[in-house]
Design a protein around this ligand. Structure first.
Ligand SMILES: NC(=O)c1ccc[n+]([C@@H]2O[C@H](COP(=O)([O-])OP(=O)(O)OC[C@H]3O[C@@H](n4cnc5c(N)ncnc54)[C@H](OP(=O)(O)O)[C@@H]3O)[C@@H](O)[C@H]2O)c1
Length: 342
């Protein structure tokens, strides 16, 4: 039986040991805690049930969370964490009035308070930075005096930057990690986080806490090495931002064919969705069709000629056609390579 309840009064790191111990994330093999200490923590989080006296109850304490920023990721994360039973204490904004207003709006949705970074007082055990990559280190610096960082967990969600971005808080005793959801968050859309992969690296205590939170969200945590983050994020770019750029370029070509942007979007959807479903089931080589796969050199030559009228889209076409010749099954490869070089 699982109950939410205030745990015994523990401070700093012990609080987190308690959280991890009761979620079952803490074990001797994965975490350097003595057996004696671990069993003391576990004992302190168990008690008799008030509902059914005598029945042993396993208490599980979720840490409280403060979120820095109120943009696209912050909105989705705050709402999902709230729905997963996490208390969101505080949404922190930078000083501008409009920023505080956005933080207040989000705070209202999740029962939190809002504060500017200058006057913020952070009680939450987890602080999650959801600001642009270039602002993470600065935002961490601006919150140095807002909390006793010793024992806290500080997370950021950049795909390319490592946990070292939060070094300034690590030096104050916080455990830090980068926790990147491989998902797209845009204004007007807050996708659920269940099934979303999260790439995690950082200090062990922060990684364990982040994994527990991701699991509670229904997401899929996986480890990544610091040195792999840049390549990992470049890969992620293909999943949404560059894919969207490709669709935007395709709309320019649709216009040349007399198809409006709106109609292009509607008419593209069935083929797009079938391609994704083929990719999921058959992989890239098994999903590849069209004139390159068939080796229809004349058809590709006609495309290249007509696309001279849409030069930016032609560049995209040529780059992708060359990639296809390199990576995917194709016929008349040599002839196709020749016309794509011209
Ligand atoms: N969006 C995605 O698809 C996505 C996916 C995975 C990971 N991420 C990561 O999530 C993080 C946030 O991205 P986002 O897309 O949510 O950005 P966003 O929508 O632009 O929101 C950024 C938030 O940070 C605040 N902010 C901007 N500059 C700041 C500064 N100098 N100091 C403090 N706060 C500042 C902004 O507040 P005001 O402008 O209102 O002041 C805004 O609330 C980034 O690290 C990004 O890599 C994003």
């Amino acid at each position: 039986m699982l109950l939410w309840e205030n745990p015994p009064r523990l401070s700093g790191r012990a609080k987190f040991d308690g959280f991890l111990a009761t979620t079952g994330k803490l074990s001797h093999s994965r975490y350097p805690t003595s057996a004696k200490k671990l069993s003391r923590i576990r004992r302190s989080f168990k008690s008799d049930s008030a509902i059914l006296p005598g029945m042993s109850v396993r208490l599980r304490k979720k840490p409280r969370v403060a979120i820095v920023g109120a943009g696209n990721l912050a909105g989705a994360l705050a709402v999902s964490l709230h729905a997963a039973g996490y208390g969101i204490d505080l949404i922190i904004s930078r000083r501008r009035a409009a920023s505080l207003q956005r933080a207040r709006r989000l705070a209202r949705e999740v029962g939190a308070s809002a504060a500017k970074d200058a006057g913020a007082q952070i009680q939450a055990e987890v602080v999650w930075f959801c600001v642009p990559d270039a602002a993470i280190a600065g935002a961490a610096r601006s919150l140095l005096g807002a909390a006793d960082w010793n024992g806290k967990i500080a997370l950021h969600s950049s795909g390319a930057l490592t946990s070292d971005e939060l070094d300034v808080l690590r030096k104050q005793g916080a455990a830090v990690a980068s926790v990147h959801p491989l998902m797209t968050f845009v204004h007007g859309s807050r996708p659920p986080l269940d099934q979303v992969p999260f790439a995690i690296e950082g200090d062990q205590r922060a990684v364990l806490a982040a994994r527990a939170m991701v699991e509670d969200l229904g997401g899929r945590a996986f480890n990544i090495h610091k040195q792999q983050k840049e390549a990992y994020h470049a890969w992620g770019m293909f999943g949404s931002p560059l894919f969207t750029a490709l669709l935007a370029a395709s709309e320019e070509v649709a216009a040349a064919a007399g198809v409006s942007q709106k109609a292009a979007r509607q008419r593209m959807l069935p083929i797009l969705s079938q391609t994704l479903s083929n990719y999921a089931r058959l992989g890239a080589p098994g999903s590849f069709s069209g004139p390159i796969a068939r080796g229809d050199v004349d058809t590709v030559r006609k495309h290249l000629a007509v696309l001279r009228g849409v030069p930016a889209a032609r560049d995209v076409y040529v780059a992708l056609a060359r990639a296809a010749l390199r990576d995917l099954p194709a016929k008349n490869r040599t002839a196709l390579e020749r016309i794509l070089k011209a």
